[in-house]
Design a protein around this ligand. Sequence first.
Ligand SMILES: [Zn+2]
Length: 183
Amino acid sequence: MESQDYDKLSFDKLKKQLSFNFAENKAINDLQIKPDAFIPVLFSLKFGGDWSFKTRDLEAMAVKEKITRYNEDEGEGYTLERVTLFVNPILISTEGKVLRLEKCGSKNERELVERPFRVKLDAEDIIKAELNPKIMEISLERIKGPLNFEGSAAYGVSHEIEHLAGCEHTGKFIWEFQYKVEN
Ligand SMILES: [Zn+2]
């Protein structure tokens, strides 16, 4: 590749990235949300998974759900990613107890934890972000709480609320399990 071609490619890429960042800032501005509060959404969209973020005057967490829409007749589909952002979340109620192994980004081992099967929560502000890979669009909408989650999303809510509260789990680890060979 000629160095000139390379420069042209990196220039085009840089231009796209800059306009993406510009659109991102505009969206944050249009939503009238504090930029700090929006950070978990950006992390979730860019790196995947659930995120929480805490400053002296705000707590924010983003929980991701993946919804696959598949058309059986056409044999085609896409996985929509829904990220719900909670600014200063309040956990209203939980239901059930589910034992599961979880790997937290800040730890290097999976841990046995107990999570609620259902959660109900509200927040000072709630934003729903939906990333649609089919139309390559990220839609943002302010929604009203309280919201209910069950299964994966409820585990994510519980995990992130725990981070915000600053209490880390000290569960059991995989090496405390016992292998059993069935004959
Ligand atoms: Zn974690």
